[in-house]
Write a protein of this length. Sequence first.
Length: 341
Amino acid sequence: MLIMESHIGNILKDLEKDNFQAYLLTQFTNVKYISGYKPTSFAFCIIKENPIIYASGMDMELANRDSAIEVKKYESYNVMIDELKKEGIKNLAIEPSLPFSTYVKFRDDFEIDSKTYIDKQRMIKMPSEIEKIAKATEIAQKSFLDLDILNNSGTEKEVSFDLVRLMIENGASKESFDTIVTSGAASSLPHAIPGDKKLDQPILIDWGAIYEGYCSDNTRTMVYTERQQEIWDIVAEAHDKAINAIKPGLKCCEIDKVARDIIEDYGYGDKFIHSTGHSLGLDIHETPGFSLRDDTIIEEGMVITVEPGIYLEGEFGVRLEDTVSISKRANVIGDLPLMIN
């Protein structure tokens, strides 16, 4: 409750500074972040001096049970808009992800502008949030070890299914994204879909668990040949040196450059085809990220993945990923070794 009050208080300060009277949220994880209630249907969370959630009839029992702020049953856009206007609200800040169809309903009655107040709040994790991410990571890594991948003779789909099952058995509510189990030439696809073929060489697995709403994310690649090991070593060097370079005060893009420069120095710069990392929390992809264009200043309390990769089309790919929490330096969450053998 106190944490949510702090989140709301900080957003109210942002609203006052920019002369906005209220902030409209509809994204499910944003509503949960503010109230503790995660909608299963539509919901409108309006942050103001007396914040309120308009929830669908299907969610009223859930919302009344979980929400730390007032909940009213949604009747119609007109009723909601009239109630806001009666309070004297003339302008609204909206989250950038607000659907256009929803924006259209409000634009004739309020001055509206898109603001990232909620993203700014969610960038910095409270200790309790980091604990949940750490628990999600612990569950995911234990499940990976329980899978015993090096002695598994299943297909990519079967291994993926077994890993998800193990995560749930070990305490996860579900996987944090579609689990990637890929092998052989298909591992050169960063977002490969598990297929019906038996595991080939190398094997790349990208997986994560959700624990009490918070996500984890890891990737490991198991290599078998001298050529694969050569690429693995380059990626591991980029992974380790990027993590060691992280500290508050630097820009996120500077960490991306550390990893990217190493891979470029070995002649594979054009084979590193995504950013070095992304934040996570209630969503698997949050801001900021370690990318070429992200000049966000790194701060204590951020939680960001580090996941360099090299992808050789038609041959194989290697990606190694850990999640770090940032204090005076980067602290790797979990204790799973990079090399699995």
